[in-house]
Design a protein around this ligand. Structure first.
Ligand SMILES: Cc1cc2nc3c(=O)[nH]c(=O)nc-3n(C[C@H](O)[C@H](O)[C@H](O)COP(=O)(O)OP(=O)(O)OC[C@H]3O[C@@H](n4cnc5c(N)ncnc54)[C@H](O)[C@@H]3O)c2cc1C
Length: 512
């Protein structure tokens, strides 16, 4: 537990109880703050949300955990362990992949097993290409973990210096290449290019436009995938209970519609119901674009300004339903590829709902090492552009198309999911203010995309940012890491302020 040597308790207010807001609350409470967590929805969790069904709540957001150490560290802040609150099941099989020609390939936590599967799938060439590629991504992941993901405010100059000190990283980064180009050079088998290109979509991007360095996302999965027993929502519910037990005041159905400032400092937040809550420190853990676009009032439109103009990451059409499956045996995490790898990304880049998308099926009740119930819970995710104008009348033909594609892979469900089970980009846009439906903040496209995101500190000295729209980016572990960056910035700013003269400003910081 970290303790701050400041007049306590100071009142910290957090806007948004997604994983980032919850993680900020844990850390601030551990540091001795009186914490109020405000969430516009009726439950905590944000994009880690569920849809009710006859088989119980079905995840309609992320489905697995990677980078477990991030969560071990988070729970340790309050002197407890993640496994005391949820059951985490490490997956031997990371993902099962299916192609329209009938070929399948599983990737495993155990690399030897993956190599065996690859040998059957594509012979010695596939094995050799994979081993070379995975060596490269392992090298990139470990080289960029500290200076990029763990660094609170990564700077181009520091990264350049880091790379120049290890020149062997330059070819591994393929700095001028897109992920697609890198994969073309790395794999002779087009199916493997399609498979590893998929990882760009895990941060809402296309392999055709994402930088080659995003190949390291595969490594986050290769380092271990955990399923949370009964669903990812159990993790955020557990954090909610932990915060209650530690005296954090959580208010749900509490939409913040204005931040009030005084003398350049955040003074209070105003809720849609007319309540106002004063704060000494404020963290905005929703999409930072909400500040820049004025969704939180006129006083904060100069914050995270770049997000107002930046292109958005992809959204998704997501089906969550309970049914009995027929067809190929499914793992927890399954990817069904479309015939034409490129057409989906052409559609997405043109802002269209893909006509023939690849789709991801999460069989939520599998991967637990126990008997699978007859009525199983499923989440199907297909990529969609963030600004898609989803008309209800478009959903039915689209669902027919997806059902036809599934039938080509030999898979069907009884009952067949209907359009009421779909969450659309528009629905995401309505649920999560100022996101435009984008699930991963601003686009990951472009060489310096990772350096364009807002960081924790802002131009308002006691207003900080956290969440998947801020550094180090989207995804459950990254959003959780952003909370560490925000709270460490608060603590270090308080220490430096308490050591300085009363009029001192914070030196050397970057502002969003
Ligand atoms: C379908 C889908 C699949 C995904 N798959 C994966 C995956 O497999 N792995 C992975 O790591 N990540 C995945 N993600 C991404 C991951 O869910 C997000 O990156 C992460 O959950 C973001 O957390 P967050 O706390 O930053 O934001 P959010 O979860 O969006 O939380 C922000 C919260 O702030 C609240 N809020 C915003 N504005 C206000 C306001 N004015 N007043 C009050 N409350 C407010 C919102 O209601 C929300 O609850 C997926 C997401 C989706 C939707």
């Amino acid at each position: 537990m970290t303790h701050v040597n400041a007049p306590a308790p100071q009142r910290a207010v957090i806007i948004g109880a997604g994983i980032a807001g919850l993680a900020c609350a844990v850390r601030l409470r551990a540091a001795g703050f009186a914490v109020t967590l405000l969430e516009r929805h009726g439950t905590v969790g944000g994009k880690i949300r569920t849809i009710p069904s006859d088989a119980g709540p079905i995840d309609a957001g992320p489905t697995v955990l990677t980078m477990r150490h991030v969560f071990d560290d988070l729970f340790a802040q309050l002197g407890t362990r993640v496994e005391d609150h949820v059951t985490l099941i490490k997956q031997n099989e990371l993902a099962r992949h299916f192609w329209p020609d009938g070929s399948t390939l599983s990737l495993y936590a155990d690399e030897e097993r993956t190599v065996g599967a690859l040998r059957t799938f594509g012979g010695p060439e596939a094995v050799a290409d994979f081993l070379k590629f995975t060596k490269r991504t392992r090298q990139l992941f470990s080289a960029f973990d500290a200076p990029m993901m763990q660094a609170p405010e990564p700077k181009l100059a520091a990264l350049t210096k880091h790379v120049l000190r290890q020149p062997h990283l330059i070819p591994a980064m393929a700095p001028l290449s897109t992920l697609k180009t890198l994969l073309k050079r790395s794999f002779r088998d087009p199916r493997l290019r399609q498979l590893f290109g998929r990882y760009a979509t895990y941060v809402g991007g296309s392999p055709t436009h994402a930088p080659a360095i995003l190949s390291l996302i595969w490594q986050a999965e290769a380092n271990g995938v955990w399923v949370v027993k009964s669903g990812m929502h159990k993790l955020t519910q557990a954090l909610g209970r932990l915060l209650d037990a530690h005296g954090v005041e959580t208010h749900t159905n509490a939409h913040v519609d204005r931040i009030e400032t005084q003398n350049g400092h955040a003074k209070a937040v105003h809720l849609a119901n007319g309540t106002h809550i004063p704060c000494d420190v404020l963290i905005h853990a929703g999409d930072p674009r909400a500040l820049a676009t004025g969704a939180l009032g006129p006083a904060t439109t100069h914050i995270a300004k770049q997000t107002a103009k930046a292109k958005r990451s992809f959204s998704a059409r997501v089906l969550s339903f309970a049914a009995a499956p027929h067809g190929p045996d499914l793992a927890h995490h399954n990817v069904f590829f479309a015939e034409d790898a490129q057409s989906e990304f052409n559609d997405l880049m043109a802002g269209r709902i893909p006509a023939h998308p690849s789709f991801y099926i999460c069989a939520l009740d599998r991967g637990h090492g126990k008997h699978t119930p007859q009525l199983e819970r499923f989440e199907i995710i297909t990529n969609a552009p963030a600004t898609a104008d989803d008309k209800v009348e478009d959903l039915s033909p689209w669902l027919h198309q997806i059902t036809r594609q599934m039938a080509q892979h030999g898979i069907s469900f009884s009952p067949t999911p209907d359009t009421t089970t779909i969450t659309t980009p528009q629905a995401f846009a309505q649920m999560f203010p100022a996101t435009q439906g984008a699930l991963y903040g601003q686009t990951p496209h472009g060489l310096t995309a990772a350096l364009q995101r807002p960081t924790a500190r802002t131009k308002i000295p006691n207003l900080y940012l956290a969440g998947g729209g801020t550094h180090p980016g989207a995804g459950v572990p990254m959003a959780t890491l952003s909370a560490r960056h925000a709270v460490e910035a608060i603590l270090s700013d308080q220490i430096s302020t308490s050591r300085s003269a009363p009029t001192a400003t914070r030196g050397g910081m970057s502002t969003a």
